[in-house]
Every structure is written in structure tokens, then in C-alpha cells.
Design a binder for this molecule. Sequence first.
Ligand code: NAD
Length: 349
Amino acid sequence: MKTLLVTGGAGFIGANFVLQSVAVGHRVINLDKLTYAGNLDTLASLEGNARHIFAHGDIGNRALITQLLTQHRPDAVINFAAESHVDRSIDGPAAFIETNVVGTLGLLESTRDYWRSLDSAAACSFRFLHVSTDEVYGSLGPEGSFKETTPYAPNSPYSASKAASDHLVRAFHHTYGLPTLTTNCSNNYGPYQFPEKLIPLIIQKALAGEALPVYGDGLNIRDWLYVGDHCTAIQRVLEAGLVGETYNVGGNAERENLTVVKAICALLDERHPLADGRRRESLITFVKDRPGHDRRYAIDSSKLQNELGWRPSQTFESGIAHTVDWYLENKAWTSRVLDGSYRMERLGV
Ligand code: NAD
């Protein structure tokens, strides 16, 4: 059993990671600012569990981070906390710089000081794992894939802020010797994803029989990874990753956005047909493209697979079917997001 300080553990991937970590026996200190993307409903099954301690706060709050580190003495810090939605970064980049860059710097400095205070055995085994994205590498043409050595070329304010945070993490290893690890992962999907992202958005609209908005010509390509597989990759990198290294994480599942949307339509038509008999593909509506929309991402995760033996457990087909079923079986979770009640209760409104 290890003690992990997880930041952003009320968000989509962070919460899946927290649930998985507690299930395998770790103790988790979960620090989250509870922005619109933080949802304590996701962690309801951990209520009363002594191996999960929730702390409400900002990764940039050095006093709070130092207090959590010195009180709980974690073996690792895993940084998920971020502003994560590309469209929001286009409308308002400042929050992305504040959390993803300035906040990560605060977290790094507090962690470095804590790490320096550890005895040599604890300092040697301590890890700071930074969770990042393949979007830092920019956009690909029709061929090739991102490797860990691919030069950074971020195109959106979101990816630029994540790239900056990756560079800070790298610098803290090279300058101060902080034992860091960085993972750059492709698009995640699965249970508990906020319904502003493509897959849960399309599931909700398709269930309601509403228009299904698809950017541009729908032919932008992403690699898709089931969230549980991203979490096992992070666990594996924590256990066995080489300090100072970065690892690409992907699902070997490149799909055009239109293909993803059609797959959801087909699954829902089969499991939950519309009362009026319409096929859901007829609801697809092409909308004005996102400014600066990257055309194609593909990720080569052979380093993680060959050196650390990680493999995704889900194909895109099995993962998307499981995801659609999860949203069908957990409508209350989404309803509370859509009507805002997931926030009101915790804010005491
Ligand atoms: P998310 O938006 O669902 O969750 C982010 C969480 O961070 C929320 O709970 C939010 O309240 C919290 N948070 C935001 N600002 C904070 C701050 N200043 N201090 C403390 N907590 C704060 O994001 P996600 O999709 O779960 O992504 C998690 C991480 O994984 C991010 O760093 C993201 O860049 C990275 N990532 C995401 C994907 C993806 O497809 N979603 C892919 C690769 C990498």
C-alpha cells in the first residue's frame, strides 16, 4: 500500500484513477479545486472509506500543498489537475495558464521542498508523475505517429499550457533532481466524463433525439483510449518508469470523429431505439469547425508497451460499447451534471 497525493481527483480521469487506486489498496489524498469539471458524485462510493481523504483547494496554493505533504507523507504526487477543454481555452486562455502553468509550478516547488526533506531511502523511491496530453505534439499529416522524441508544437491555448507544464516538470528533474515522470496520452473516454467532451456529449444528445453536432467535415482523427486503460498505464509508469522519462500512452485506435459518432448512433439504436423510429445517424449535423482544429493525432506507445509491459485491455469497439452501456445505466449521474445540482449541493446553495 502506498500513499498517493492525487490532484484533480474529482475530474474525469483523476476520479477514475482514485477509484482504481483505492480498489487496489492505496491510500489517496485527493486535492481538487472543484471547478465546473470537478464532481464529488463520482467519488460517492468512497464516502466513509478511510483510504480516501478529500481536500478542497488549488494546486497553486503552496501553503495548503505543503501542509498536505507534511501531514500525509505521500510516496508519490500524481498531477491530473488542469483546465482541460480545448474550446474553453479558445474562449478564455487565462485560466489555462493560471492552473496548468502557474499552478503546476507551485505544486512542483512545494513538492521539491518536501522531497528534499525526506530521508535518502524515501527520497529515492518518491515520484512526481505529471499527466499530460498528446496534443503537445501538434497536428500530423496522413502518415506517422507521435513518439516521445517528437518536437513539441502545440496549437491551442490548452495544448500550449500543457506543453509549458511538461517543460517545467522536465526542468525540475534536470535542475533540482526531482524524480519526475511524465505521461502523454491520447483522447480518453469512459465513465464519468463531463458531457462537454465529444463522446458523452453525443451520447446525451443522441439519447434525447437532438441534433448531433460534428465539427467541420468530421474527418479529424484522434486516437482513443478507454479511461481505465489510461489509469493502469499511470500505475505501471509509477511502479516501473525510469525517473526523468516521458511515456506516450495510446489505444492504437485512430478513428475519424464521424466514425466515433456513427458508432455511438449504432449502439444506441440497438440498445435504446428512438420512439419515433428515426435512425440516429440522421441527426448528424456538421457545424462550423473549431478554430485551429488539429487534423490528426496518432500516438506510438511502444516504449511503454515494450519497456514496461503495459497493454490496453479494451479495443475501441469494446470500450465504446461499455461506455454507452455505462451512460445508459447511470443516467442520474449525467442528469445531475446537466441540471447543475452536482455543484449546488457542495456549494451549499
Ligand atoms: P477534467 O477537466 O475532467 O478534470 C480536471 C480536474 O482538475 C477537475 O476535477 C477540476 O476541478 C480540477 N482542477 C482544475 N483546476 C484546478 C486547480 N487549480 N487546482 C486543483 N484542482 C483543479 O480533466 P480530465 O479529462 O480528467 O484530465 C485530467 C488530466 O489529464 C489533465 O491534466 C489533462 O490535461 C490530461 N489529459 C486528458 C485527456 C483527456 O482525453 N481527457 C487526455 C490526455 C491527458
